[in-house]
Design a protein. Sequence first.
Length: 215
Amino acid sequence: MPATLTNDDVLIGGAGRPSEPPRGGDGGDGATGNPTTPRRAYFTVLALGLAGIMMFFMALASAFIVRKGVGADWRALELPLVLWFNTLVLVVSSMTIEVARKQFAAGKVDSFRGWWALTTGLGLAFLGGQYLAWGELAASGIFLATNPSSSFFYVFTAAHAVHIVGGLTALGYVAARGIEHHRRRQGLAADLAAVYWHFMDGLWVFLFLLLFLGR
């Protein structure tokens, strides 16, 4: 008995013929034919994470302002001078990571790696400077429980340092992956790491000004 076409056969392009596989998303390799997560989805998740971090530090900042206003035991804290150097280092690192991204976009692999490594080195220098600041205060007899002002200083700087470690981990991940991987992914990991790093830079400038002006 001869085969006959049904309406369903016509709609799907013919009986027994497999449908066309889905194409890749915005952030993946479309040549594989496998569905991938769009780039914008990664940035949405990052934005939500950064919003949570911002809320955490804003809550601490609010507590800092309220505690300073209601407590008669508050004593002004002399900030270590190394914090000025640390701030400059972190601001410069935001510049170097942008240069690295531009070098990647231009296809200059060696230059990208150099600038990316420099950014990582500046991040490590910032952490080293924070450690020196804590050591300077400890040598002066100022610890976490010495005064409410010193308590907030240690909490602010330690919490930010933990997030900087997270940023350095992301920088290290990008450096460890092959350049061809980043090309296939259109520099997605590098872009995400750079956005996070800029956020940490801006957050530190805010915290530093809060600690300096709110003494």
